[in-house]
Design a protein around this ligand. Sequence first.
Ligand code: ZN
Length: 293
Amino acid sequence: MKKLTDFNLTDALRSEIESAVKNRRIPHAIIILAGDFQSRIDLATYLSAASLCIDEHSFPCGECRVCKKIFSGIHPDVQYYEREKDKKEFSVKIVRESIKPDAFVKPNEADGRVFIIKDAETMNPSAQNAFLKILEEPPKGVRFILCCDNSASMLETIRSRATVYSLLKDNESDEDDEKSLKLAVELANALTSTNEYEFMSKTGVFEKDKELLKKVISKMQVLCRDALAVKNSSIILSGEKDCAYKLASSLSVKNLINLIGKLNELSDSINKNANLNLLITRFSSVLRQATRG
Ligand SMILES: [Zn+2]
């Protein structure tokens, strides 16, 4: 059985999860983000055991009949869903014909049930909307855990109803995470500055570090989404309140949506191995443009 310390999490998030588990207050809707495919599912399984374990002192104990079944993948009250084998997308059919009817069935053995979606990033908008309806009036005692490789693919309406647990990549440390977040905040602030060279002057660090650029882009997306959340008065996820408020006050909803789109395109180009120097130039020009008009 994996322990919480086996997962690559920031210290802050690890203690948040620890306390949720200890107080038996694991959220009813969770999005497990980033990291790799298997770690996301392992963490979802861990959280299922943590919520259904029948030991009195420590959970998940790994020893009780509930834990044993969950960690062997055979507990009838912990269900996994994924897109059909020959399909690219997770279809609305699975939500309507499997998840929804299953969710209203009473638990077989445990005190509650956990539904895990292994590849939520492949849910198309109609699948997400159908799922949202279940989340809006969740059946009692059911937890939903969505494993997802990036938050950009989830609808804002789902994100705002779920607690996000974000894993780090294997080779990423807490320190790397802080460094990229700090830089993303500086760049986001520079985007709203009237001095157009301020942004460009901060991009030099990427010349030898493509991985850093990648991380900063994904952190900037979170900041922009947080700024949108401020405008919709929903929840901020990054913990960078000042930056989110600043972006929200200086950019329009249209600007922010534009920015998120451009950041997506840039991240696609990095994954397709585009020339790094050109990318850095585009990073500056395209993003500043997106904040205009
Ligand atoms: Zn147990």
